[in-house]
Design a protein around this ligand. Structure first.
Ligand code: SF4
Ligand code: SF4
Length: 469
């Protein structure tokens, strides 16, 4: 027997106890230092165990803190990633209804800059009908219990006819097949109205994610309209209108210059009437493209994942923990941890910094569909036509076949050796690795962010323990 490679630990202030977690089994316990000592000696112990030690060993083994061998653990890890890849109980389809955007954010390549919107693709109703047919084909082939349909962009609400067509048709298709449909929208919030929510609610709307990039002044500077007008007040007014009708989550993209404005945003949100109706509040760094010229920064925002740790998309928690914002990654990791704690202090639900992945790029049945019907491995690659891995009409192009092969062999985590965070990180964000390291197959490591997450879990465990003692 030996100690699991996926054990992580953090001291609990005050009494010498230790928070112990296994990232593979997700077991979390608070133990005394002698249990830690026992765990550290376990693979060297030769004398027969006492009754007490045998009990401790059984408990630790039951929760995965002790395993038979490193080899069996590695085999279990391989099997886990195979299940993540092939699992078909949930099919996820993210549709980019348009690449057009009504904002002119300085950090985004999309948006209302120059004549971008004139040329940016927008899905036609004919293509939307074909997307619905293609999705129905996946449902018939895979027979999942759940379909998660996410509308993204650009700004998805600029193409409401496509949103309604897909939501209505797939609602009917899912009902016929006994499949649960969950619809999410990731929007800048400017066009979000009661009418939109009331029309989508009966079809399975489960969450709306809105981006606020800092406090009022910072957001207005970061996410203005083309003429420079601020958008904060209008978005907040829209949230007020719909907060009682739908679960609204808030996301934000920060960089080293804007991060300090987020506590003021949290103060503001916590004072609003709708504060107790908000779902998750999560902030994440923007990903800079440093290797590929001619591009800016991809603003990745999150989709509500209903508290499940392992069903991420970039836009989910996964991207938040593992993508980097700047050259000083440790600064970003520190800021991420700081913002998570601030968010919790303000009473909002947020990610814990540990349960961040594997994200959807590791799942074969999570699809991103561009406005022209092109298929992508994840939303973060949808801005790059050459990264398309297929098309809903089944056309065969050499570049797509090559991209598909390239994505199929993604396994950056295999280079992470015995890192304890592999089950929840999988080697980091592939988009960030591609853009910042120039190699999508390389790990994009933010281990310090995970370590900060473990410390925060330890503090939460200590608080829970103190409250129940
Ligand atoms: S690779 Fe990055 S951008 Fe893509 S789904 Fe994963 S975390 Fe998100
Ligand atoms: S990228 Fe870093 S934190 Fe993630 S699994 Fe690899 S070594 Fe661990």
């Amino acid at each position: 027997m030996q100690s699991s490679m996926f054990n992580v630990r953090a001291p609990i202030d005050g009494n010498g106890d230790v928070f112990l977690m296994n990232t593979f089994t997700d077991a979390q316990i608070v133990v005394s230092p002698d249990v830690i000592d026992f765990l550290d000696r376990i693979d060297r112990m030769s004398a027969p165990l006492t009754d007490e030690e045998r009990c401790t060993l059984e408990l630790l083994a039951e929760h995965g803190f002790v395993v038979n061998s490193r080899q069996s653990e590695r085999l279990a890890l391989e099997e886990y990633f195979r299940e993540v890849r092939e699992g078909a109980d949930t099919v996820k389809v993210t549709v980019l209804t348009t690449l057009q955007c009504n904002f002119a954010c300085g950090y985004c390549i999309q948006g209302d800059h120059g004549d971008y919107n004139k040329h940016a693709a927008k899905m036609s109703l004919e293509t939307a009908a074909r997307v619905a047919g293609w999705t129905e084909g996946r449902l018939d082939a895979l027979k999942p219990s759940r379909l998660i349909l996410t509308f993204f962009g650009g700004e998805p609400l600029l193409n409401l006819p496509v949103v309604y067509l897909l939501a209505e048709r797939l609602h009917a298709s899912c009902a016929e097949r006994g499949i649960q449909l969950s619809i999410s929208i990731i929007t800048n919030g400017l066009l979000l109205t009661r009418e939109v929510v009331e029309r989508l609610n009966p079809l399975g709307l489960s969450g709306i994610k809105i981006t606020l990039d800092g406090d009022r002044d910072t957001h207005n500077r970061m996410r203005p309209l083309r003429g420079g007008q601020g958008t904060f007040d209008k978005i907040i007014a829209n949230v007020q209108q719909v907060a009682s009708l739908a679960k609204i989550s808030i996301g934000g993209n920060f960089d080293v210059e804007t991060v300090d404005s987020y506590p003021a945003l949290l103060d503001f949100l916590s004072e609003q009437d709708f504060a107790d109706k908000l779902g998750r509040v999560t902030f994440k760094p923007v990903i800079r493209e440093t290797q590929i010229s001619g591009k800016g920064i991809i603003p990745l925002t999150a989709v509500g994942s209903e508290g499940k740790p392992l069903n991420g998309a970039c836009m989910t928690s996964a991207g938040t923990g593992v993508s980097s914002a700047c050259d000083a990654c440790s600064v970003v990791d520190e800021k991420m941890a700081f913002l998570r704690e601030e968010t919790k202090k303000h009473g909002f639900n947020t990610v814990d910094g540990v349960h961040m992945g594997p994200c959807e790029i590791h799942r074969s049945h999570a699809h991103t569909i561009g406005p022209d019907g092109s298929l992508y491995a994840c939303p973060g690659f949808a801005g790059e036509a050459r990264q398309s891995i297929g098309h809903i009409d089944g056309r065969e192009d050499a570049f797509r076949t090559q991209a598909l092969r390239n994505f199929e062999r993604l396994s950056a985590w295999k280079m992470c050796q015995d890192c304890a965070f592999i089950p929840v990180c999988a080697g980091g964000c592939t988009v960030a690795a591609h853009n910042e390291l120039g190699d999508m197959h390389a790990p994009n490591c933010h281990k310090t962010s995970f370590e900060a997450g473990v410390l925060a879990l330890a503090r939460d465990a200590a608080r829970t323990y103190a409250a129940t003692a």
